[in-house]
Design a protein. Structure first.
Length: 556
């Protein structure tokens, strides 16, 4: 039993009082007994954040026979009741292994999954029902899992969750630190669709359209293992570059493309496999890894567990993983991705990961897709014998979250005041000045002039038609250019609450709109400002209001 000032035991439930700051949200952690002590630091963190913390041990609700048989129905009913009885929103974290397997004293380590109920998911393991408070399959409550099989794994998952929320914006380089710009960076890894050139171009255009809809506060980079794409890499560079991007750290890493439980598909080239995800080391910015590849989070099967579970169990890997237990279809992936992008990569992202997770699920359930696009995607990567309605229901049970749904997503205050012109001319040199809040005293300020994420670099080289060393050289060069969004940069130090720097626009300026980004950070705090600038001449032809300008800068 914990100290009385921290907890009160009632009917087998441990309830921690909310912290001083009321958030009107409830955090339920259902844990196998072996991991109860491991989650205590996370309980304190959530309590200090103002959440009402409720701890439930599996053995308080399930019998040993229930656990051995993998029957979680009574635990679901218990969790669902706790959520229904609470007036505010709830987040649910499950902590425990999915099945006994070869685990010693498995009754103390297993938290059973539920069984899927429809189509290809019927009888398959799924955590979806723990968040469904009625007879439907669309969850009302975000549910995640720490798939721990040992106390060491549980401690590792708790530690990287806490680190993700607590890490200061600027860690000294001698301690392996990097600047906190990762908090607004998205890395997209994409595998070659390998359908046919027409469909491959369609898939890329859909992906780039989402990329372009990101609010300007986000930056990004991409790898697309398709020789037709400017984001492609030579086969011998794919694995190392993808590994480097992930280990650099970012708020989110997305994978779009084919995969199986063993890893990402890169055609003849090695991409990232299960061993990579289990061993990689992200120094700072252990963000959220979202894979839309098949079997990425497979819980059990002929090929073993998916690479997403290996990533989640890696104490130096991502703080959370979202993926599919089964074979997911392209049309449903588009719906899920649309729901995610519309909620998460907006001007004001959600506060907690669970809100992004529910948006992804709502995209699957209710997102719009026109008949032509659905038919085309379903023909090349789907199943025409399964109706769209059934596919939506299957995928609701198929996608799962590994990690804490109450994970607090990194904030980036936009309280930096910037004085600058709203138009820009080729070759223009101009002074950018501004004011910083007191919390950013002594901050290092970096100013960048960037092209938008949907723009094409002006200096791409023509691709040699035949495979050769020259083709690989051009491909690598074009990849680097495609991901080089910063055109000019300048740095300065805050003095008396103000900053001033000089920027010079490129002489060649083919893009109608550019982004001015100002990022300021000291050892404890950070902030930013983002301005969308129009090229001179473009503004006269098209003088949209600010809201319309932001929408246009995101692309179609």
């Amino acid at each position: 039993m914990f100290r009385s000032e921290w907890a009160v035991a009632v009917l087998g439930i441990v309830v921690w009082p909310a912290g001083a700051v009321a958030e009107e949200a409830q955090w339920i952690v259902a844990t196998a007994p072996a991991f109860r002590q491991a989650v205590e630091p996370l309980c304190r963190q959530r309590q200090n954040q103002g959440l009402r913390v409720v701890v439930v041990q599996t053995t308080d609700v399930l019998s040993r026979d229930d656990i051995r048989a993998g029957q979680g129905r009574k635990l679901r009913e218990h969790i669902n009741k706790l959520c229904r009885d609470y007036k505010g929103p709830s987040y649910v974290l499950l902590v425990g292994a999915l099945e006994a397997g070869q685990l010693h004293e498995s009754e103390s380590k297993v938290l059973p999954a539920l069984s899927g109920t429809i189509g290809r998911m019927k009888g398959q393991p799924s955590d979806n029902g723990y968040g469904c408070l009625d007879d439907g399959r669309l969850p009302a409550v975000a549910v995640g899992r720490f798939p721990a099989r040992s106390e060491e794994e549980a401690h590792g998952m708790v530690a990287k969750t806490l680190e993700y929320e607590r890490i200061p914006p600027l860690v000294p380089p001698e301690r392996g630190g990097v600047r906190g710009g990762w908090r607004r960076r998205l890395t997209i890894l994409a595998g070659i669709p390998a359908y046919n050139p027409l469909v491959d171009r369609l898939v890329e255009s859909l992906a780039l359209a989402r990329f372009a809809r990101m609010a300007p506060i986000w930056t990004g980079r991409a790898i697309y293992s398709n020789p037709q794409s400017r984001f492609c890499l030579p086969d011998d560079r794919l694995h190392q570059c993808a590994l480097q991007y992930v280990q650099d750290g970012e708020a989110f890493t997305l994978y779009l493309g084919h995969s199986n439980a063993e890893g990402l598909y890169g055609g003849r080239a090695r991409y990232l496999d299960r061993d990579d995800w289990s061993q990689l080391c992200i120094r700072q910015g252990k963000g959220v890894f979202i894979t839309f590849g098949c079997n990425g989070c497979q819980l059990q099967g002929d090929e073993g567990e998916g690479y997403g579970l290996a990533a989640m169990r890696n104490a130096n890997g991502p703080a959370a993983v979202i993926g599919s237990h089964g074979i997911c279809f392209a049309a449903m992936v588009q719906l899920a991705a649309d729901g995610l992008f519309e909620s998460t990569f907006a001007q004001t992202p959600p506060e907690r990961l669970g809100d992004s997770w529910l948006a992804l699920k709502k995209g699957i359930a209710h997102g719009k897709i026109d008949a032509f696009t659905f038919a085309l995607l379903d023909a090349v990567d789907g199943n025409r014998t399964i109706s769209q309605a059934t596919q939506r229901q299957e995928h609701l049970e198929m996608f799962l979250l590994l990690g804490d749904p109450a994970l607090r997503l990194p904030k980036m205050p936009e309280d930096v005041e910037v004085n600058t012109e709203k138009t820009i001319s080729p070759g223009q040199k101009w002074i950018v000045s501004g004011k910083l809040p007191k919390r950013l005293a002594g901050a290092h300020v970096r100013l960048t002039l960037e092209r938008t994420v949907n723009s094409v670099p002006a200096d791409l080289e023509p691709m040699p038609p035949a495979a050769s060393a020259a083709r690989d050289r051009v491909m690598l060069s074009n990849h680097e250019r495609a991901n080089r969004f910063v055109l000019m940069a300048s740095e300065c130090i805050e003095r008396d609450g103000r900053f001033q720097a000089t920027l010079e626009a490129p002489v060649k300026l083919p893009w109608p709109r550019l982004i001015l980004r100002v990022y300021a950070a000291n050892e404890c705090e950070e902030g930013m400002s983002v301005q969308v600038l129009c090229r001179v001449g473009q503004a006269e032809r098209d003088p949209p209001p600010a809201a319309k300008l932001l929408n246009q800068s995101r692309g179609p």
